[in-house]
Design a protein around this ligand. Structure first.
Ligand code: NAP
Ligand code: G4F
Length: 339
């Protein structure tokens, strides 16, 4: 039974990757941060099935800012594969907390690579690189496109990418970087633009919200579906030789296109509800990201399964269902109190 360690296990991608690896018979170990409230919502459902389906899934407390903790976990777990997904992953927030972002994203990656090297654990390593690394370099972007990062987050990811390549070249590690373009899902954090929009469309439709405040509507992104993208991560680590791959759909849309499609899904005209709030503008913007994933398609046989409009519909429908469930729960609570 192969054994995997996932940092960022409680995040969007970590939760889908956990499901994928468990379905393939892996023993999965995940890192979770200590928080003052529960922060395992995205993986809690897996625990429900643990005994019934005989799944092997364990969460360990851990911190990417703590090198000794990373070394201990690696030594104790001795994983065959490490998927390093943990990060302060919000670009706008990285301008507010640049040092913390750099510590977690850049030095955090170095800490794990050093832990692998020093413990001598034989493992394959996946680095969650980002299309943000391309920044202002014109599209389409591929593995040979130059990086021009535009935020503290992107600068830290460039370091993490380069140090991963360096450890591969210096120490012969099976270390691969997946340069993933934006990927979304109903599990996407609520402050990323797609989820912010689909939640708002659901709330407006159900009469719970009047306006949606957004920043730059002209930015273009190559948006895909997160479960398709974690499949690519796994495929990379199954290759005999480590390598770096761009993953994206090859189709870009503006934020305006996304908001239009999301509100159309609930039969509303977005122009009646969206206002621009300069608070959401960034000190430096990334205008246009569009993937050329030819190499991944050829070498890995990877293909995205979900289109842009399917993605929008999946997310809006999930948010509608979630809000309706909460409303029904609230109404039921009121009824019980009144009885
Ligand atoms: P996400 O939902 O924000 O998840 C990030 C994960 O990292 C969470 O589990 C978070 O824990 C954990 N984390 C944050 N700081 C940590 C720390 N100091 N120590 C330990 N764990 C920490 O991100 P995602 O969308 O799943 O993305 C996964 C990875 O891919 C990230 O590295 C991201 O930068 C990268 N990436 C994402 C995309 C995308 O479009 N989604 C594209 C390219 C690259 P909590 O749950 O406790 O916050
Ligand atoms: O959804 P976003 O915050 O994602 P962004 O900045 O592209 O970063 C995401 O994708 C990266 C891959 O390219 C990942 F590495 C990273 O971890 C993260 O997952 O913003 C998308 C676009 C930006 O141009 C932003 O300026 O939407 C624009 N935008 C407009 N109004 C907004 C808003 N973004 C947010 N978050 N909130 C707004 O109100």
């Amino acid at each position: 039974m192969p054994r995997a360690l996932i940092t960022g296990c409680t995040g969007q991608d970590g939760s889908y990757l956990t499901e994928l690896l468990l379905s393939k018979g892996y023993e999965v170990h995940g890192l979770k941060r200590r928080a003052s409230l529960f922060n395992t919502d995205r993986v809690d459902h897996i625990y429900q099935d643990l005994h019934e389906k005989n799944l092997r899934f364990t969460l360990h407390y851990g911190e990417l800012t703590d090198g000794s903790c990373m070394a201990t976990l690696l030594y104790d777990i001795r994983p065959d594969e490490v998927y390093h997904l943990g990060a302060q992953s919000h670009v706008r927030v990285s301008f507010d907390v640049p040092e913390f972002t750099t510590d977690v994203v850049a030095t955090g990656t170095l800490r794990i690579l050093e832990a692998i090297r020093r413990t001598g654990v034989k493992t394959r390593f996946y680095q969650a690189s980002s299309s943000e690394q391309f920044g202002s370099t014109p599209p389409p972007q591929s593995e040979t496109t130059a990086f021009h990062p535009r935020s503290p987050y992107a600068c830290a990811k460039v370091y993490a990418h380069n140090i991963t390549v360096n450890y591969r070249e210096s120490y012969g590690m099976h270390a691969s970087c997946g340069v993933l373009f934006n990927h979304e899902s109903p599990r996407r954090g609520e402050t990323f633009v797609t989820r912010k929009i689909t939640r708002a469309a659901a709330h407006v439709k159900l009469g719970l919200q009047k306006k949606l405040y957004l920043g730059n509507l002209d930015a273009k992104r190559d948006w895909g579906y997160a479960p398709d993208y974690v499949r690519a991560m796994w495929m990379m680590l199954q290759q005999d030789e480590p390598n770096d791959y761009v993953i994206g759909t090859g189709e870009a849309h503006s934020v305006r296109d996304f908001v239009e499609a999301a509100f159309a899904r609930v039969n509303l005209d977005w122009r009646d509800y969206v206002e621009i709030d300069p608070r959401y503008f960034r000190p430096a913007e990334v205008d246009y990201l569009l993937a050329d994933a030819t190499k991944a398609k050829k070498d890995l046989g990877w293909e995205p399964m979900v289109t842009f409009s399917q993605l929008v519909n999946i997310m809006v429908d999930a948010d509608l269902a979630e809000v309706e469930l909460k409303m029904r729960g609230g109404a039921e609570a009121v009824r019980l109190v009144e009885e």
